[in-house]
Design a protein. Structure first.
Length: 302
């Protein structure tokens, strides 16, 4: 909890005890003066600090309400984390999100997660089990099974959830959807989507060189749920997308942003809801359920 501000819990406790020697103003009165009332602040834990996470943190903090506070940060790579640590010096920094959740859970209300796909589900489920609201980057999960578990969890824990999908939220996509909803295009039979993906190494064999793990990177934590794998150069950041055990290839990287409009469009046209079928995709079964590495258990909604 930040020392220079009244925490929400403390504020409520003091107010309720009747010993508060001040008048509690409604939050709109305070915000009219350019301040955000403590009760209106949203304390956020960030899992991932570099890449997309850096944008997400920035967008949260600079959202129009100006009510987001970054309470704690987590990243497995000190090189990627350094700029955010500098920007938020009061936010405790962790390498392991499990430790951060254990030690800081009283200090945040919501979690933002922008890390490689293979660890989305474990972090997302743990956050919801702590009754934290969740902003989790696309693709929601690595496996279909994980997506079902997260759906079940969000219903059980009744937290606010949002998948980050900036690609599908842009003006062009919204305009297209409005056209479909207004029936400007008539009956749609097929939706074609194009992407420049992959823009990372794909379809190559696992390199045989065994370079040392950079001292700033905790490789074990980066692997998380993924099968034991030796470190290779140029896999992190970003390029992990081309390997199934970590990423979901071009389909997972861009389907949510482009084909999404097709499924929404069909639903909007009064068809039976999303009805996408991906054909000729031989590896689809690899997305159903994968074994987690020893020590990472399995996902369960408790
Ligand atoms: N919505 C969008 O438009 C959009 C755009 C880009 C990426 N993404 C998504 O964001 C996620 C991250 O992609 P990226 O390109 O930023 O990847 P990246 O590899 O460039 O960055 C990932 C960051 O998370 C950190 N990290 C990795 N494992 C971690 C762990 N277990 N705990 C804490 N930190 C960890 C890395 O060190 C790095 O800072 C992906 O799932 C991707 O699909 C979404």
């Amino acid at each position: 909890m930040k020392s220079n501000e009244i925490s929400r819990r403390k504020f409520v406790k003091v107010a309720a005890s009747g010993t508060a020697a001040f008048t509690i103003l409604p939050s709109f009165t305070v915000s009219g003066l350019g301040y955000v009332a403590p009760s209106d602040k949203l304390h956020i834990a960030a899992v991932g600090c570099g890449g997309e996470a850096a944008f997400d943190i920035d967008r949260l903090v600079n959202s129009p309400k100006k009510n987001a506070v970054i309470s704690c940060l987590c990243d497995v790579d000190d090189r990627m984390a350094a700029p955010r640590i500098k920007e938020y010096p009061k936010a405790p920094f962790y390498h392991d999100w499990r430790e951060m959740f254990e030690k800081e859970h009283n200090n945040f209300d919501a979690v933002t997660v922008a890390i490689p796909d293979h660890n989305h589900a474990v972090v997302g489920l743990a956050a919801m089990q702590l009754q934290k609201h969740l902003y989790l980057q696309k693709p929601l999960t690595h496996d279909i099974y994980e997506a079902r578990i997260l759906t079940e969890a969000s219903e059980k824990y009744k937290v606010v959830t949002q998948m980050g999908d900036q690609g599908a939220s842009c003006d062009g996509m919204r305009t297209l959807r409005e056209w479909i909803e207004a029936d400007v295009l008539g009956e749609i039979e097929k939706v074609y989507c194009w992407t420049d993906r992959p823009v990372w190494p794909q379809g190559i064999s696992w390199p045989s060189e065994r370079p040392p793990v950079p001292k700033e990177l905790n490789w074990d934590l980066w692997l998380g749920t993924a099968k034991e794998t030796p470190y290779i150069n140029n896999l992190v950041p970003f390029n992990w997308r081309g390997w199934w055990r970590f990423g979901t290839g071009a389909l997972g990287d861009f389907e949510g942003s482009t084909l999404f409009i097709g499924s929404k469009g069909k639903a909007a046209c009064g068809w039976d809801g999303p009805n996408m079928r991906i054909t000729n995709f031989e590896q689809a079964n690899q997305f159903v359920k994968r074994e987690y590495r020893e020590g990472w258990g399995s996902l369960k909604v408790l």
